[in-house]
Design a protein around this ligand. Structure first.
Ligand code: SF4
Length: 353
């Protein structure tokens, strides 16, 4: 049982059923300009068969968190504290060799850009087959059969022929599908999808999302879905974690967070998004300012320099004291429950419709 320190957010109470538990994760890395504190005290759980959406602007720490879960950080320059427990195994102290066994086998990642994940020098078939032979001890023939089966499953036409193609012979949508096939070769129990459909047109995007849902049903995998697109999250995720400047600021079921958001940053995200069927003449309301540098992040609530509601909180609490995330459905903000409720009803809800 983890002892939570005073400055630590509390995780959603999924308890012993959690397949992945992240506790008070802190990730900092050295750069020429100084130490970047990319993730600062993050805790969350995810169960098998569930999808957790993580949203936030660039630099919110969502991608760093997930690269760290899979041990894809630079071990020489990155300092990691806290716990990452995957199916009972602590990963922050695992060796690179142990992480290699986990990656592509028990856990896999779908990257945003397949061209960076697929090597241009090897055929798609070879890139699918080799990890399967390595992780499962399969023969070349077994691995080829499995790769063709997976290429067919993700909707690649004529998979027997396409097995011998190089990535450049595939269209963008097909490369994305091939990468998904590659990540699913060993039936991973944890799948991390980092903006998997951003580079695709809307039709292909919808097909890929359908495919991920079908595959989750078939394999019962836990999925972490990272995106800045709340529309995609609404369709894909069970639970939602909103991140800002390396911290979780709001958490709950997707329905709760999107229908009754409680954090000023989530209000800002939703107000700056066009609504389907909304009035097109209605101006979107951007969040003022830009995300902070994590070399020298703001004190207290990291959102305070951009927050329209900080004057509602007495004294200088917002700029001096970190608001913590409580158990379960929660928002890390010093506004009281009544203040959040009345601001949401009077000012935010009319904008969201
Ligand atoms: Fe805004 Fe203060 Fe809440 Fe931060 S704690 S979101 S600055 S009101």
């Amino acid at each position: 049982m983890t002892t939570l320190t005073k400055t630590e957010d509390k995780p959603a109470p999924t308890g012993p059923e959690a397949f992945l538990s992240v506790r008070d994760l802190r990730v900092a890395f050295s750069t020429e300009d100084g130490v970047v504190r990319a993730v600062d005290g993050l805790s969350f759980d995810i169960e098998r068969g569930k999808t957790l959406g993580i949203v936030g602007e660039s630099g919110s720490g969502k991608s760093v968190t997930n690269l760290t879960v899979l041990g894809l950080h630079n071990r020489k320059t990155t300092d990691i504290q806290g716990e990452i427990i995957l199916d009972g195994q602590e990963l922050t102290t695992a060796s690179e060799k142990e992480m290699e066994k986990i990656r592509g086998n028990k856990a896999a990642m779908i990257f945003q850009d397949p061209l960076t994940a697929l090597s241009p020098y090897y055929t798609v078939g070879r890139q699918l087959s080799e990890p399967f032979m390595k992780h499962r001890g399969a023969s070349k023939k077994e691995a080829k059969d499995r790769a063709i089966e997976m290429l067919a499953k993700v909707g690649i036409p004529q998979p027997q022929t396409r097995f011998d193609d190089y990535p450049h012979q595939f269209s963008g949508g097909m490369r994305q599908r091939a990468m998904i096939a590659m990540s699913l070769m060993c039936d991973p129990e944890l799948l991390i999808a980092d903006e998997p459909t951003t580079a695709l047109d809307v039709t292909v995007q919808a097909q890929i999302l359908d495919l991920l849902r079908d595959l989750q049903q078939e394999f019962g995998s836990a999925i972490i879905f990272i995106t800045h697109d709340l529309g995609v999250i609404a369709n894909m995720a069970d639970d939602l974690l909103v991140m800002y400047a390396g911290r979780a600021v709001e958490r709950g079921s997707v329905r709760e967070v999107l229908s009754e958001p409680k954090h000023p940053y989530t209000w800002g995200l939703l107000s700056s998004m066009p609504r389907l069927g909304g009035d097109t003449s209605e101006a979107l309301v951007p969040i003022p300012g830009t995300p902070p540098s994590l070399l020298n992040p703001p004190t207290g609530c990291r959102f305070h320099p951009r927050c329209r509601f900080r004057d509602e909180v007495p004294g200088d609490l917002c700029s001096t004291e970190r608001p913590l995330l409580a158990d379960g459905r929660a928002a890390a903000c010093h506004l009281t429950g009544e203040q959040k409720q009345s601001i949401f009803i009077d000012q935010i809800k009319p904008r969201l419709g």
